[in-house]
Every structure is written in C-alpha cells, then in structure tokens.
Design a protein around this ligand. Structure first.
Ligand code: BEZ
Ligand code: FE
Length: 287
C-alpha cells in the first residue's frame, strides 16, 4: 500500500484512472488527470479560490438550456473551439478554410432561388454576395448547397429577435456552372452574450467581447468535404481582436461600397449597396 503524499498523488490518480477498458476513454481520462493536476500544482489555489471555480462552473451549467449554451461560449472565448475545429479540418491550403460554427446556426433553412433575397424586411444596407463553388482542382461544383446565416444590419440573429419564420438565413444552390448569388444585408460586428458567467469573467479582463462583421456559411456538396466558415468584412474594427479567434486571412474579403447602380443580380438601386465576390474551394472526400 502506497500512502498519499503531495509528491505521489498525481501518479496515484493517473494509475487509478488507467483502469478503463475503452482505450480512447483511458487516454482522455489519464491526460485529463495529468493536466488538471499540473494546473492545480501551478496555481496552488486556496480552498476559497477552488470553491469559486466550482461555483462558476455550477452557475455556467445552470445557464445552459436548449436555447443557450454557456459552456460552448466559454470554449469559444478560450480559443478551444477553434483548436478543435483546426484539428478536425486539416484541409489543403488551396481549400477554403473552416472556422467556428457558433451558436446561431438553425438547421433546415428555407431554400431561396439564385439571386433571391434572404433578408426581406430586415434592416440594413443591401449586400450582394456572388461567386462560384469549385473543387481544389478548379472544377465547378454544380448543385452545391450554401447554408447561409448572419446578423441583420442591427447586429441581431434570428434567435435574438421575436420573429415568426426564418430571419437572415437561407439555403442557396449552385447552378451547373458552380455559380451562386445571394442578396442579403451587410452584417455588422456584435458582442457575444455578456449577461452570463462568461461575461462576468470577461468583465474582469481587458479582452474585447466583440466579433467582427461576418456572414456564416456551411457549404456542402456530394463527394466533397463540407466546410463551415465565415466571410469577414475587410477593415472591420474588430478583425484583429475577434473574441472567439475565428478570423483566418483567406476569409477576409472586400465589401465594395457602391452609391447606386446595377446590382450583380440585375436590379437597379438608387441607394447605396455592397458587393462581395468570393469563390469557395472544396476538397474532395477521400475515395
Ligand atoms: C457567431 O459567430 O455566431 C458566434 C460564435 C461564437 C460565439 C458567439 C457567436
Ligand atoms: Fe456570427
């Protein structure tokens, strides 16, 4: 029998948590014990500090519902969501990179025709996003689905509005030439939810709680790896301090301001609008 000391406790706990038949769970739990003990040895918490941590975790769990996930937000602001995303999306450098999905994606959005308006009735400056979906080899991808969601021009998602039916989200489909055309409104930067335990912690830091303006996409096509990503507005004031570490250089695009004139979907507007051009590049799934 080995009695416990401060020195041997980590080894004893790792050994005990090695007694797991499932090899993957054994790997996860022994690494968790090792790193958690390492963290505690580094910070040497007082009992009051340890209770504060447990209380924070308890209150974070209590905030979670089917509409709100404070633990995901914690994972996002700590950079862990983007790390998991990077590990699981090691794509060719020629492919459009992935970024964090975020909590505002709603499945089964309505299909909107090529060039149709997914922002009908929403506040904001009209914005036209056009381009192609192609493979890494340059071939156009016909029939690719672009599942699109974003804030309106006041920085709010559907889940933050009291609306009936779809708001600021739609599914578009590429034609035989791989082209897509979206009419929407320009997104603006917004704050992540600050009224919970993550906000409470952020308030004690000098970290920005803002996300730069972006449009979310999930691009899917048979035979290709789906990509969940964003397009970010070049020049946005929060681009270098995105609170969830979501910005990757190839995803920053020009939102070209036009004062009036013909739009990419053939309309004529006598008011300012924005044009964005972007070609999504998908990697084939392994055969
Ligand atoms: C978003 O872009 O929708 C988002 C991502 C992470 C946390 C909060 C919002
Ligand atoms: Fe977002």
């Amino acid at each position: 029998m080995t009695y416990v000391t401060e020195d041997n406790l980590t080894d004893l706990a790792i050994e005990r948590w090695s007694n797991i038949p499932d090899p993957r769970l054994r790997q996860i739990m022994t690494a968790l014990v090792k790193h958690l003990h390492g963290f505690v040895r580094e910070i040497e918490p007082t009992p009051a500090e340890w209770f504060t941590a447990i209380d924070w975790l308890t209150r974070t769990g209590k905030l979670c519902t089917d509409k709100r996930q404070e633990f995901i937000l914690a994972s996002d602001v700590l950079g862990v969501s983007m790390l998991v995303d990077a590990i699981n999306n090691r794509l060719s450098t020629a492919a459009t990179p992935s970024t964090v999905e975020g909590p505002f994606h709603i499945h089964d959005s309505p299909e909107v025709a090529h060039g149709g308006d997914m922002a009908a009735g929403a506040p904001g400056e009209p914005c036209f996003v056009t381009g192609t979906v192609r493979g890494v080899g340059g071939e156009p991808v016909a029939g690719a689905e672009l599942d699109v969601w974003q804030t309106d021009g006041e920085g709010l998602y559907e889940a933050q509005r009291d609306v009936e039916g779809a708001w600021m989200r739609a599914v578009y489909r590429t034609g035989g030439d791989g082209r897509y055309a979206i009419r929407t409104v320009s997104p603006i930067g917004y704050t992540v939810p600050m009224d919970g335990t993550v906000g409470e912690l952020m308030e004690r830091t000098r970290i920005s709680h803002m996300r730069p303006a972006h449009i979310h996409f999930e691009v899917r096509a048979p035979g290709y790896k789906s990509v969940t990503t964003h397009l970010f507005r070049r020049g946005d004031q929060y681009i270098e301090t995105d609170v969830v570490f979501g910005v990757k250089e190839p995803l920053i695009v020009d939102f070209q301001e036009k004062q009036s004139g013909e739009t990419p979907n053939g309309e004529r507007l006598e008011a300012p609008f924005c044009e964005v051009r972007y070609d999504f590049v998908l990697q084939r799934t392994a055969t």
